[in-house]
Design a protein around this ligand. Sequence first.
Ligand code: BG6
Ligand code: MG
Length: 220
Amino acid sequence: TKKGFIFDLDGVIVDTAKYHFLAWKKLAKSVGVDFTKIQNEQLKGVSRKNSLEKILEWGNKTLSEEEFNRLMALKNEDYLSYVENMKEDEILPDVPKVLNYLMSKEQPLALGSASKNAHTILDKVNLLEKFDAIVDGNGVKKGKPDPEVFLNAAKLLKLNPDDCIVFEDAKAGVEAANAANMISIGIGEKSVLDEADYVFKDFTEISLEFLDDIMSNKIS
Ligand code: BG6
Ligand code: MG
């Protein structure tokens, strides 16, 4: 059977959290707020706007709308200076292996990301052509944990949500996949992603047999 395999981008296909951290840290510092790695973890899967809101909240700061928008633009400019240098070698281990295997089985593939930079990043690492559908931060009204991003991806793939599988590294993303009635596969720590149907440390832990079992409805 045809299943829709939906991949989150940041933390699943590439590790961009380190660049988000550097850019947010610098930005937070410019308004006199400290920003830690632990806080950065909590921003995984969270939209740019909601991320800045949280940082300001943590630092007890309020800004005018104008200043808020200026800072969001600055952060993104800084973030893109890192993205600029990304190449194929930043693709996480065994991601191409899984994508290619699913393509060889003619399974529809989609990207479901909160990032407005998803297109740029996929292009940088040369994965743009692998996906039949791309839903990113530009195409949704509500961010994860709302299921909109994944439901839009299923729609574009012309599949029912319960025939879709989501790979996610963020708690908010796993919640979104579950709310969409999809199989959720967490990529990362079991303690963080405890709501996922399955959790793997990374793609090197995912066997082709496991993917076969999904395609043959042995896992649902
Ligand atoms: C998510 C990241 O994929 O995209 C978040 O995990 C990020 O950290 C969000 O804030 C929005 O990304 P961008 O590229 O539009 O700022
Ligand atoms: Mg992610």
